[in-house]
Design a binder for this molecule. Sequence first.
Ligand code: ADP
Ligand code: MG
Length: 328
Amino acid sequence: MSNMDEFELIEWIKKRFSHLLKDETGIGDDCAVIKEKPEMHTVVSTDMLLEGIHFVKSRITPVDLGYKSLAVNLSDIASMGAIPTASFLSLGIPEGIDIKWLEDFLAGYLELSEKYKVPLLGGDTTRSKTGITISVTAMGEVFKEKAKWRKSALVGDLICVTGCLGDSAAGLYAIENDLLDDLAQRLSYRHKHPEPHIDKGRFLSRFSQVHAMMDVSDGIASDLNHILKASGKSAEIDLDKISLSNEFQKFVEEKKLDKYKLALAGGEDYVLVFTMDETYYSKLNKLYYEEFNEDIYVIGKIYEGKDQINYLHGGKPFDFGNKGFRHF
Ligand code: ADP
Ligand code: MG
């Protein structure tokens, strides 16, 4: 912010995002004003990204970081079965930051905002004495009876995911080890530029046979546990069925990495994990395939019992040892 003060920056943000406004009042007053819809739940989620903790400035481009800052929040909106309706962006900016960096950050944020037509309705801008601080709040709406919760898994449900697991963690490994070959770059991109599964979440919300749902941000081993705790159930995951991309499999083989650890505990995949009535699977999968041109991946099943995941490999119980996966 060398030659632009806070108010100029806010004005500049307001102009660049104004075309996304619908009938809300956004930046420029003391509050944003949003019209309520009685038949809808409003869902809200906030995430904070701190330089040095959630990202390293030299290892992610500002465009990717802007995109990702919003993407991780929209993924939370998607996991409720909602569609995003607004975002708020608060920035802590260190003295002397390159204005080009801010422009590029906002260009990435705008790119995803435009993709889903999400207006930016406000935020806050302050100086920071440490690093860059980014806090994003996203709002969404979902018909009241269609919202999906973590608490709704039932015994006998299939456990399903809407994408591949582990690509992002493999990408992070590539970034941290400065790997630049084609395969490494493609996986790194998955880490730096996650796609929130908004359309898939919205699609799945329409079906009452889909029960619990959430997004995978910390790794399925940890995130599925939240569903199990909230629902009071246990789960079995078949390691031979977890969805792994060809790129991921090639990469972990080449680099001799622990593929299950990366896929189950790596995190930041931002796919959705949900549970559903087994008897409806083939019907739903057909409709899903028509819409998204891919299958729903089934990776396990819900059982009676205390929140715990049991793993299968080659049809037999598989023990990861006393550490398990929860503690990575
Ligand atoms: P106040 O002091 O009343 O909080 P501000 O000067 O902080 O007002 O903000 C003025 C307006 O600009 C508000 O509508 C606020 O939501 C918006 N705003 C401030 N910072 C940002 C930002 N980084 N991105 C989007 N809107 C912002
Ligand atoms: Mg303020």
